[in-house]
Design a protein around this ligand. Structure first.
Ligand code: HEC
Length: 423
């Protein structure tokens, strides 16, 4: 009897063998979903990762980039909040790829390939396309940050209810931050970019307009949540800061366009709030020379004054938070953006434990969070201004000096951006 049941157990084990992890069934679909948006011919990734052979060509560098969490680029901490879409790999996925390579990287049968269903935003409709005024060819390498001021053609108040950047040269665009500029700031920015060929800049017009969104390679844009939209007045401008990277493409030309979904009225207003301390802008964001961990933090209850940003909002009412992003410059080391509840408890929106100036991404919450009157939104930024963290200028390292708020490369900023609607 004992022998029989042992045989049965063995038989059962043979009958349902755990299929071995293969490229076709497991790894390929994952690489397609999480890498190939950028790593495709003509994409920003320096080599394609669309087939087994292409992946195996760089298998060991890819393994290292995955294990060290450099790729796919997704600096946000997973313990903070759940995002959709989420560009990162889970711990289980990372170890599956690692073990698959250890076990000899089985290719498997092409018939097993099934694309993953991952949440992906996309713009549903294009009502207006605003192109750059002229094509631009980067002159700095490998990185150039260029800001373009585009004219806003609408003559009536209009709501932007979705956006997508149509890259003119996808292989060269590392990312782009897209804003509208209020009419009061329009002339100043046109002065900076008189003929639409752009100007070198590192900062974002967080207080003179509204953040529309961020383009990263592979992104298909998005409709704004819950029937909401951003109100744009006639006489506004569009502002696009494009980070070009020409390391792998050489200097080519780009003529991108901003595609927009528009509405004359929306069901709910939306607003992008830039959270930063006004005192910082008056020289009060001192980052001492040589400080290894300088910190600035600011908290405020947005329900007290939200109507000042958009008169369709009513003060003293709860707000919904849909997405968050953080902006610093080059010496930042980490940053958090959270809700501090009336009872002192904290609810994380975005946490960037290792700030990466190269990858400033927006993070859309899988489920919106509520900010009630008495709660506060809080932004906290850290900088490493120690001597060993200073940038190299050719053969010599910059000497650490006191830093402060400002718009230039070697100034700093600390801003959280958040997309809000009424409850
Ligand atoms: C959002 C775009 C994007 C995604 C998604 C992405 N990459 Fe990359 N990858 C890049 C860019 C751009 C570079 C060039 C270096 C840089 O700018 O960081 C790069 C460089 C690399 C490199 C060489 C440099 C290094 O860090 O070792 C490897 C290997 C790599 N990627 C693997 C992957 C793998 C594997 C995935 C998916 C699991 C992936 N990448 C997803 C954009 C991306």
């Amino acid at each position: 009897m004992a022998r029989l049941s042992l045989a049965l157990v063995l038989l059962a084990a043979c009958a349902a063998p755990e299929p071995r992890v293969s490229w076709s069934r497991d790894i390929g679909p994952l690489v397609q979903a999480k890498c190939a948006g950028c790593h495709v011919n003509g994409g920003i990734g320096p080599f394609p990762l669309t087939t087994f052979a292409e992946f195996m060509n760089v298998a060991e560098t890819a393994r290292l980039a995955i294990i060290q969490r450099r790729m796919p680029p997704w600096p946000a901490s997973k313990s903070c909040a759940e995002y959709a879409p989420d560009g990162s790999l889970s711990d289980e996925q990372v170890s599956m790829i690692d073990r698959w390579l250890d076990d000899g990287a089985l290719e498997g049968s092409a018939a097993d390939f099934k694309a993953l269903e991952t949440p992906q935003n996309a713009l549903s409709r294009v009502d207006l396309s605003v192109p750059m005024m002229k094509a631009f060819t980067p002159s700095r390498s490998p990185d150039e940050y260029r800001c373009f001021v585009l004219d806003w053609p609408q003559t009536e108040t209009t709501y932007i209810t979705g956006y997508a950047l149509a890259p003119g040269n996808a292989a060269m665009i590392h990312h782009a931050d897209i804003f509208f500029l209020n009419p009061s700031a329009a002339a100043k920015y046109r002065g900076l970019d008189p003929d639409g060929s752009g100007y070198t800049c590192y900062s974002l017009p967080v207080l003179e307009g509204g953040w529309i969104g961020t383009f990263v390679p592979g992104s298909r844009g998005t409709d704004f949540p819950d029937g909401s939209g951003l109100k744009v007045e006639p006489g506004s401008k569009i502002f696009i800061q494009t980070h070009y990277n020409t390391a792998y493409t050489g200097r080519q030309s780009d003529l991108s366009a901003l595609n927009l979904r528009l509405e004359a009225k929306v069901r709910k207003p939306g607003v992008v709030l830039a959270l930063a301390d006004l005192k910082w802008m008056n020289g009060d964001m001192v980052i001492p020379a040589y400080a290894p961990d300088a910190v600035h933090r600011y908290e405020e209850d947005p329900t007290l004054y939200i109507s000042a940003f958009n008169r369709a909002f009513v003060d003293g009412q709860p707000l919904k938070v849909w997405a968050g992003t953080l902006h610093m410059h080059q010496m930042g080391s980490k940053a958090t953006f959270e809700i501090v509840r009336k009872d002192g408890s904290r609810d994380c929106i975005t946490d960037l434990p290792r700030w990466d100036f190269h990858w400033q991404l927006p993070y859309s919450l899988a489920a919106p969070k509520t900010v009630s009157p008495g709660d506060r939104l809080a932004v906290e930024c850290h900088w490493n201004n120690s001597q060993k963290n200073q940038p190299w200028l050719g053969a010599s390292q910059r000497v650490s000096r006191e830093l402060n708020w400002g718009a230039k490369t070697d100034d700093e900023m600390c801003v959280a951006g958040v997309y809000l609607t009424p409850q």
